[in-house]
Design a protein around this ligand. Structure first.
Ligand SMILES: CC(C)(COP(=O)(O)OP(=O)(O)OC[C@H]1O[C@@H](n2cnc3c(N)ncnc32)[C@H](O)[C@@H]1OP(=O)(O)O)[C@@H](O)C(=O)NCCC(=O)NCCS
Length: 117
């Protein structure tokens, strides 16, 4: 969690599983959920946001399953592999998860509706 604004109570989430053999085993989703619990419960944040390259379907899937919603597109914001690429802006608010974020999720995808406990 970086760029925490303690007045507006938001923070930026970033995640990177460097070893490819450890990817796509559910660790990313679990890590994001743990980070959300930490952000909302321990840090008292109200909102968490992130950006992700438009052509990163695995990351987009993980974030959506954790309750993030697409909020916008930063056009040609990142220069990667020789071209300007769009970044997708995503966010989640404590309200989305039920009040202070400590309750059972209400908007998280039905197939992953594991509470943040
Ligand atoms: C992105 C990242 C954090 C995801 O974590 P992970 O442990 O690999 O992902 P998980 O196993 O938790 O979940 C992957 C999900 O994406 C899905 N998925 C995988 N490849 C996919 C693809 N090409 N298209 C659509 N969905 C895909 C999987 O089926 C799974 O969804 P499911 O649980 O509904 O089956 C991790 O892969 C990573 O660090 N990648 C490199 C760095 C990176 O991209 N970071 C994000 C920058 S914003």
């Amino acid at each position: 969690m970086t760029d925490i604004d303690w007045v507006s109570r938001h923070g930026y989430l970033g995640i990177f599983i460097g070893e490819t053999e450890h990817q796509s085993k559910g660790h990313g989703r679990q890590a994001v959920r743990l980070m959300l619990r930490h952000a909302f419960r321990d840090l008292g944040l109200h909102r968490v946001y992130l950006t992700v390259l438009e052509d990163n379907p695995r990351a987009l899937r993980v974030y959506e399953k954790c309750g993030f919603v697409v909020e916008g597109r930063l056009r040609q914001h990142a220069y990667k592999r020789g071209q300007f690429r769009d970044l997708i802006l995503m966010g989640i608010c404590a309200d989305d998860l039920g009040g202070d974020g400590a309750d059972k999720p209400t908007r998280v995808g039905q197939d992953n509706s594991t509470p943040l406990t």
